[in-house]
Write a protein that binds this ligand. Structure first.
Ligand code: AMP
Ligand code: MG
Length: 493
């Protein structure tokens, strides 16, 4: 008898192996998402579906809505809420998934492992008085910005779907509810380690560290001091990540230790936003009153967060705590150099510098100073350098920028490589389009106020190719019209 071809492939391609659910108890609580009244799929990521080995056709309709709203579990799911703690604006707090459920880990056809998590899926033991729900606007915002970051080539969690719940959520006003399906290398945070450390659970810490080594840094398991190696590897990934954020003008907005992933992916898109006019002191989040998470302060904060991570690992790094501290401090102190080197290398690419000269650092810094003084738009300034032929840089206004332009052109002329090569490098590093605040707001307003998702879909399509925008989409590249009101973002949970 011929075998049934569908029997080998579970329906829709779910292929879970839930290694986190095999970790010791205090790290999670098993529970299911709370079903919602009227699940409806409003955004769905078909390319990501395919990359995960899922059948987009089987999931695009009502069956997918049931799964992505949490009303039905995919085959093989072992739902749980993860426990974690974190330093929020510098203060230690016990947290945990207060409105998220990890369904399990999807093994992809390429052999990769990704967490599939529902966000906004109902209360958990970690909800701390919250309703466990999410509003449609913020979930669409996370979908949009995380997918834009991915397309920019920046490590990030991704978004598979947004399902409307048909239920209202009570915030300052009553808003439509939604559930986001988030895909991540893992959801293990610095705060996950802090949670175990605060309980004095050294066995748990070792188990979690071994797990992170196996899952995210397998080559380091054999290192002489694997826990120090794990820490240094996270320092390196975060240094690179922070440089990448700065290269595109990204401001995370709430870089608490519970929002920093051990995997090195950008995670937890809340009050994040991209800078328009270049100003290193830019802050968008309405609750960040002191500018703790301002654009230029992000690398310092990352290093501060990593120091909190190091503290949790001290008992594993060395039996002698004095020596452990010395080793950990040395590893934390590596961050600024790693960051600067990643930052300079990216900035050099943004300026098309192939050869190296001593004065390159000054050339880069002087451009930023001139941009700040003339309130130049960050993204269009760099894309103008990449796109226009020298001498026609109409977007660069003001005497300081004009003078800088002369220096830069002379610098490029000293490279043996033809301008084409410099231009190709610049085009690959200077996005033409980013999820600008006014575009994001326009798309979210259409979706949440009028039920019109077409504005969002068009924006998503343009953001999917940020380095090659076709002429008919050039309006997406423009900075916003001048406004008297500074842009503000809200946690809006
Ligand atoms: P976030 O600011 O999204 O990183 O969330 C910080 C913490 O608050 C996490 O533990 C969340 O699970 C929790 N949280 C945020 N919003 C809610 C909500 N509406 N209900 C319950 N917990 C929430
Ligand atoms: Mg968070």
């Amino acid at each position: 008898m011929p075998s049934d071809p569908t029997a080998a492939t579970p329906r829709a391609g779910w292929n879970f192996d839930n290694s986190f659910a095999r970790l010791p108890d205090p790290l999670y609580v098993r529970l299911r998402p709370v079903p919602v009244r009227a699940p409806r799929l409003v955004v769905f990521n078909r390319p990501l579906c395919a990359a995960l080995g899922l059948d987009a056709e089987a999931l695009a309709g009502d069956a997918g809505a049931m799964i992505f709203a949490g009303n039905q579990l995919p085959q093989g799911a072992e739902p749980l809420a993860q426990a974690y703690a974190g330093h929020q604006f510098g203060h230690f707090t016990m947290l945990g998934d207060g409105r998220a459920i990890l369904l399990g880990e999807q093994l992809t056809p390429a052999g990769e492992r990704f967490d599939i998590q529902l966000k906004g899926s109902g209360p958990t033991p970690f909800s701390r008085g919250g309703d466990g729900r999410a509003a449609l606007g913020p979930m669409l915002r996370e979908y949009l910005v995380s997918e834009a970051m991915f397309a920019l080539g920046i490590p990030s969690t991704r978004s598979l779907a947004v399902a409307a719940t048909g239920e209202p959520v009570d915030r300052e006003t009553v808003l439509p509810g939604a559930v986001l399906t988030r895909v991540a290398a893992s959801h293990i945070r610095i705060g996950t380690f802090e949670y175990l450390a605060s309980r004095g659970d050294q066995d748990g810490l070792r188990t979690l560290a071994d797990y992170c080594l196996r899952r995210h840094y397998p080559s380091l398991s054999a290192a002489a001091n694997p826990y120090l190696a794990l820490f240094s590897a996270v320092v390196e990934r975060q240094a690179t990540l922070l440089a990448r954020w700065l290269h595109v003008g990204f401001i995370h907005g709430v870089m608490n230790t519970d929002n920093m992933a051990i995997s090195g992916e950008t995670i937890d898109y809340g009050p994040c936003a991209f800078m328009d006019a270049y100003d290193p002191a830019t802050v968008f989040s309405s609750i960040d009153l002191e500018g703790r998470y301002a654009y230029e302060n992000q690398p310092n904060i990352a290093q501060w967060n990593l120091a909190r991570f190091a503290e949790t690992l001290l008992p594993l790094i060395h039996a002698d705590q004095k020596q452990a501290l010395q080793l950990a401090e040395e590893a934390v102190r590596a961050f600024p150099d790693l960051f600067r080197s990643a930052w300079f290398s990216g900035m050099r690419a943004k300026l098309g510098l192939i050869t190296e000269e001593d004065a390159d650092q000054a050339l880069i810094k002087d451009l930023l100073t001139a941009m700040q003084e003339s309130h130049a738009d960050y993204t269009t300034t760099f894309s103008a350098l990449a796109l226009e032929t020298p001498g026609q840089l109409s977007l660069l206004k003001g005497p300081a920028l004009a003078q800088w332009l002369g220096r830069w052109q002379a610098r490029l002329a000293r490279q043996p490589e033809p301008f084409d090569a410099a231009q190709a490098l610049m085009r690959a590093h200077n996005p033409q389009v980013i999820p600008r605040n006014h575009l994001v707001e326009e798309a979210l307003a259409a979706a949440t106020q009028r039920g019109d998702f077409s504005v969002l879909e068009r924006l998503l399509a343009v953001l999917a190719k940020p380095y090659e925008v076709s002429p008919e989409h050039s309006a997406y590249c423009l900075p916003p019209a001048p406004s008297s009101q500074p842009y503000r973002t809200f946690c809006g949970t």
